[in-house]
Design a protein. Structure first.
Length: 80
């Protein structure tokens, strides 16, 4: 009975360690950044205009457009 108990505990321990291991060191593709609200992003970029400003990197950025049904989403940018 002692050998069976030790073997069972070892199997459970190995399964737990394997299940909790982190795959980030395996060299896989990096996890994408959380999505960015497109409307907020555009408004922030338009408010921050400057000729000496660095470009904003948008490659591989995932945007969500929460104002899909809002035809006035950008009206406050162009109204004077």
């Amino acid at each position: 009975m002692g050998l069976f108990l030790k073997t069972s505990c070892l199997v459970v321990l190995i399964a737990a360690v394997t299940g909790c291991s982190n795959d980030s060191s395996s060299g896989g593709t990096p996890r994408p950044e959380p999505s960015v609200d497109f409307t907020a992003f555009v408004k922030t970029q338009i408010e921050n205009t400057d000729d000496r400003r660095d470009a904003v990197r948008i490659n591989e950025q995932e945007f969500s457009f929460n104002d899909q049904n809002n035809e006035q989403a950008f009206d406050d940018l162009f109204m004077q």
